[in-house]
Design a protein around this ligand. Structure first.
Ligand SMILES: C[S@@+](CC[C@H](N)C(=O)[O-])C[C@H]1O[C@@H](n2cnc3c(N)ncnc32)[C@H](O)[C@@H]1O
Length: 225
């Protein structure tokens, strides 16, 4: 879909526990990239709604959300292997059956692996802000990628993004507002959503708050035509 990636692969060190979890459990919970749609009900063994998360980082918030919502399936895209190892550890530790991981670029992965109308939700928590002007083109929450997300959403599905970078929040709000088939139910407070109380604090959020950053929440719903 686009050639400029929204990430730069970091050669992050894996802890022994992350490496062990990756070696032992990736075969059970990681799905290889494939250039055609996944059979989601077969993968999860049920017809529950699907939430897709882009860039789960260490995945602790992902595991907490999945544990609190056993009736929802979670498919997380991440390219940072230590984080994948950590989420695999959480899945085993908590005995979760409703998470699967794709170790691949979410932009291409969602385009190819998710059918139109199949995702009930997209979660994007603290995407890389790419603050320098010359890097803005790497920002994930940008059209036409947001058009693709809208196409993949089911009838009353939603996109929920949170960032601690105020200028990126304004950017993402404008991009999502300009995306066909999405509507912002929150008109007060400059269009930002109130904090969604069910969302646990993520690792990057903690770092941002420690630096005094303000957190902005953005929530758009899909409208069928
Ligand atoms: C700033 S971190 C936030 C991690 C986590 N959501 C949190 O709040 O702690 C952004 C993450 O998104 C991942 N990421 C960025 N672009 C991605 C893409 N196109 N596909 C998959 N993962 C991506 C990065 O590897 C990184 O781990």
């Amino acid at each position: 879909m686009r050639f400029i990636k929204s990430y730069v692969l970091r050669a992050g060190r894996m802890s022994d526990a992350q490496r062990r979890s990756y070696e032992n459990f990736s075969g059970s919970y990681c799905i290889p990239f494939q250039p055609e749609p996944l059979d989601i009900p077969r993968i999860f063994g049920n017809e529950n709604p699907l939430t897709v998360e882009i860039g789960f980082g260490m995945g602790i918030a992902t595991a907490q959300i999945a544990e609190a919502n056993p009736g929802i399936n979670y498919l997380g895209f991440e390219v940072h292997r230590p984080g994948i190892g950590r989420l695999l550890w959480e899945i085993e530790e908590r005995g979760l059956s409703n998470i699967r991981i794709v170790e691949y670029d979410a932009v291409e992965g969602i385009e190819k692996m998710i059918r139109p109308g199949e995702a009930a939700a997209f979660h994007i928590f603290f995407p890389d802000p790419w603050p320098k002007k010359r890097h803005h083109k790497r920002r994930l929450v940008t059209r036409p990628f947001t058009d693709l997300l809208a196409e993949k959403l089911s009838g009353n599905g939603y996109i929920y993004m949170v960032t601690d970078w105020v200028e990126y929040a304004d950017w993402a709000l404008a991009e999502l507002s300009a995306t066909p088939h999405l509507v912002n139910p929150y008109t007060g407070n400059g269009g930002f959503a109130p904090p969604q109380m069910w969302r646990p604090r993520t690792k990057f959020e903690q770092k941002g708050l420690a630096k005094g950053h303000e957190v902005r929440e953005i929530y758009f719903k899909h409208i069928s035509v």
